[in-house]
Design a protein. Structure first.
Length: 127
């Protein structure tokens, strides 16, 4: 009986930990529409950011990404940009990648679905 109670407690603890991890993963990237920014808060109080502007013609201009040195090499910029593309898709925006990292992402990493969101204006300008 004692063994079963211990096993039950361990099982409940594991389930709670899995739920916590899931919540952390889904809420890692935050969006502030007022400041037009996607961001990830880092443990040291700094944050990794993707700044954007909304322009005429339903254009989401991804202006700038920044990841502090402590957060680099973890794929944060890629996650932020991917979230930006998802936001563009959900809101029927075309993406104009002003930021050099977003330009590289558009050329080398973006899925075909993400590439279809890239503004024809940028495609012409980048040739």
């Amino acid at each position: 009986m004692l063994f079963q109670n211990c096993l039950l407690l361990v099982s409940k603890a594991l389930v709670a930990k899995i739920e916590l991890i899931t919540v952390e993963m889904t809420s890692r990237i935050q969006h502030c529409a007022k400041s037009m920014q996607f961001f990830v808060n880092l443990k040291n109080g700094q944050k990794a950011v993707l700044d954007y502007k909304i322009k005429e013609g339903n254009i989401l201009d991804m202006k700038h990404t920044f990841v502090p040195p402590e957060g680099r090499g973890q794929g944060l910029a890629e996650e932020l940009v991917r979230e930006g593309f998802q936001f563009a898709k959900s809101n029927k925006f075309q993406v104009y990648p002003t930021c050099s990292y977003v330009q590289r992402y558009a050329k080398e990493i973006a899925t075909p679905e993400e590439q279809s969101l890239i503004s024809k204006m940028w495609n012409k300008a980048s040739l």
